[in-house]
Design a binder for this molecule. Structure first.
Ligand code: HEM
Length: 269
């Protein structure tokens, strides 16, 4: 065989091999829900289902599905997946269930709360579906880099808007702590877990497309993410949030939101 022909064959074989591997790589494999599939109010869990890290149907998610899925997608360790799973199964209307579906998470005031970053309040519409206007308000408070300070600005702004526009606005202590945890989580997972900063582009991409932003250069974190890290970062966002709430008429708050989540979960389980 001539040398050039050999090289052409080798290049073609390598390309086929790379394409085949790409086809099996869940980070590259994305497809939105099909008829009969369910999604919910959490942009991240929806994203993981869209990549096949969780069942694509969005249904019957067991603790093993969640643990494997969150490990493979974003390097969560088993303790944080168990921590989140124990909250999630509370949303399944069937008592003592061992699984949940993404649409169960939409049940208002179980975990789903008012004043979301990218959804309208349940009283005003579909609290489980991305809402451009709500998200527009949120991101107008973020700089090119999202951090604990401008993350807290966005949270407080959404709370004020929802309070003004929703006559049935309410937020439980758990809901408030979850809001802080959600911002801490998306910054930690998409950005730098230590400095708690992330490029706004990555966050917008995920919220708007419900897809992991690998084409913008995001990679699965190298270091495992745990409950301790989540709660530590939640309290960093909580400290900024408390400063803002305490300077308005919304009532005094002390920090220590992580402890609140723990005491709440201890009462539940
Ligand atoms: C079993 C695991 C999880 C459960 C049960 C869960 C549950 C929820 C629920 C119920 C909401 C809706 C809250 C609302 O706005 O009313 C939500 C929103 C959210 N979740 Fe998750 N989630 C999980 C995992 C994650 C992970 C791994 C992340 C990643 C970093 C994440 C980030 C977020 C964010 C940023 C929001 C806020 C969306 C918004 O306010 O528009 N969640 N999640």
């Amino acid at each position: 065989m001539r040398l050039t022909a050999f090289f052409s064959l080798a290049v073609a074989a390598a390309a086929t091999y790379a394409a085949a591997n790409n086809n099996q790589d869940p980070f590259q494999q994305w497809s939105g829900p099909n008829a009969g599939d369910v999604r919910g109010p959490c942009p991240f869990l929806n994203t993981f289902a869209n990549h096949g890290f969780l069942p694509r149907s969005g249904k019957y998610i067991t603790e093993k599905d969640l643990t494997d899925g969150l490990f493979n997608a974003v390097h969560f360790n088993a303790n944080i997946s168990k921590f989140l799973f124990d909250f999630a199964i509370r949303t399944n209307p069937e008592p003592n269930s061992t699984w949940f579906s993404l649409d169960h998470l939409s049940r208002h005031n179980v975990l789903e709360h008012d004043a979301s970053l990218s959804r309208v309040d349940a009283f005003l519409g579909h609290a489980d579906i991305f809402n451009e206007q709500a998200f527009e308000e949120t991101r107008s408070y973020w700089g090119d880099t999202v951090n604990a300070k401008n993350g807290a600005d966005a949270i407080v702004a959404r709370m004020k808007t929802c309070k003004k526009t929703n006559p049935q606005y309410s937020l439980s202590e758990l809901g408030e702590a979850f809001i802080l945890g959600e911002t801490a989580a998306f910054i930690s997972i998409l950005g730098d877990v230590k400095s708690l900063t992330v490029s706004k582009r990555l966050v917008e991409y995920l919220f708007q497309k419900e897809r992991l932003p690998t084409e913008l250069g995001w990679k699965r974190p190298d270091t495992p993410f745990s409950t301790d890290i989540l709660l530590e970062n939640l309290d960093k966002v909580g400290a900024e949030y408390a400063k803002r709430i305490n300077s308005t008429s919304q009532g005094k708050r002390s920090a220590g939101y992580a402890a609140r989540i723990f005491s709440y979960s201890a009462r539940l389980f």
